[in-house]
Design a protein around this ligand. Structure first.
Ligand code: ATP
Length: 354
């Protein structure tokens, strides 16, 4: 049998003349936590709705568990969707809410209740079985919605910004909890979010979408360390995007200096070099550098919890952001106006054509 939970084959979705999803081709593996990430309007919800069967593709095929379900109605697909709004029934208690999908399927009451209790147990909500939704917090309601989604034992769970309505602290707790539940149950999760940090925390793989297309599909570390486009480098985490030029011999000119690049397939001409702030080292003047170093002056310093974010003006024009850990044993923090040499290692850089 297929070890693919979901396959989209050349799927396009048009609304009138507008193309919301453009020729997407991707495979979601069984048991993985797969995230569709992207800015508002990139097509991630539409893609999820195409998998759920709430939308039908204009072109292409949707396969679930190896079966072609392109034209199957939503209720016939072995998937379940959890939305941002919990959509619990206010007049039913928690147990009845979770048992509801089984009531629809006309299972006997004893079995319904037993399975609903087991699902509540999974999300650690057994003790709230008799309460009404209005007597629960947002995070608790979201857990109940999850239990209700799990009670039918779907092969694939589709989650559309399920944590969007929660405050930051609860959201972070629920991220870890959701990931843990997914790992324990081994169900395929297809998760939609616009929050890159959330995607990086939870996912086995991420499809970063833009303009109805998949810009890059990779595991979180690859997406962060080896973005394949300037868009990905900018969207995921913070990055320095430095104007540069590729020279005829494949090296680059950066801040007026020639530097050797670790790898570039770019043609001669203007380019952008992307480098993460935490990969840049600072050397005191006079210390010998093993890699390309640029003299710079500290202009701005912002404290952000575990890190300090430092903005340097580079001699010869331009600025570079550096992040260092905020450690009490590392001596006093750098003073504004300090002169250092910044070491930008070519293996930490990605080169993109403009
Ligand atoms: P968000 O994070 O804002 O929900 P998204 O990435 O999930 O964004 P989609 O909801 O998939 O984006 O929408 C993609 C594009 O398709 C948007 O420009 C949207 O306006 C358009 N769109 C979505 N549904 C319809 C519809 N039923 N009719 C017309 N246009 C639609």
């Amino acid at each position: 049998m297929a070890d693919h939970a979901v396959e989209l084959r050349n799927v396009t979705k048009r609304f009138g003349d507008y193309v919301a999803v453009r020729d997407i081709d991707l495979t979601i593996r069984k048991g993985e936590f797969f995230t569709m990430l992207g800015a508002s309007g990139c097509g991630k919800t539409t893609t999820l709705r195409l998998i759920a069967g709430f939308e039908l593709p204009s072109e292409g095929q949707v396969l679930i568990g190896g079966q072609n379900m392109t034209d199957s109605p939503a209720y016939a697909r072995p998937v379940h969707t959890v939305f941002q709004s919990y959509a619990l029934f206010p007049h039913l208690n928690i147990l009845e809410n979770v048992a509801f999908p089984l009531r629809v399927r006309r299972l006997p009451k004893a079995e319904r209740n037993e399975r609903a209790r087991a699902a509540l147990d999974l999300v650690q909500m057994q003790q709230f079985a008799d309460r009404k939704p209005s007597q629960l917090s947002g995070g608790q309601q979201q857990r109940v919605a999850l239990a209700r989604a799990l009670v039918n034992e779907p092969e694939v769970l589709l989650l559309d910004e399920p944590l969007g309505a929660l405050d930051l602290k609860l959201r972070k707790e629920m991220q870890l909890e959701l990931k843990e539940i997914q790992r324990r149950l081994g169900i395929t999760f297809v998760f939609v979010t616009h929050d890159q940090e959330e995607a990086l925390t939870m996912s086995d793989r991420i499809a970063l979408m833009q303009g109805g297309r998949v810009e890059q599909l990779a595991d979180p570390v690859t997406l962060y360390d080896r973005p394949e486009s300037r868009y990905v480098a900018e969207f995921i985490g913070e990055t320095n995007l430095l104007p540069a030029a590729i020279l005829p011999d494949g090296s680059a000119r950066l801040f007026g200096k020639r530097i050797v690049l670790a790898q570039t397939r770019l043609a001669e001409g203007p380019a952008t070099l992307a480098i993460r702030p935490e990969t840049i080292r600072r050397l005191a003047p006079g210390v010998a550098a093993i890699a390309d170093a640029f003299t710079a002056t500290l202009r701005d310093r912002v404290f952000i919890g575990t890190d300090l974010r430092l903005v340097y003006d580079v001699d010869g024009g331009g600025e570079v952001v550096v992040r260092i850990q905020n450690r009490s044993d590392a001596g006093p923090p750098p003073e504004l106006g300090e002169k250092v040499r910044l070491v930008l290692r070519s293996e930490d850089m990605r080169a993109f054509s403009n």
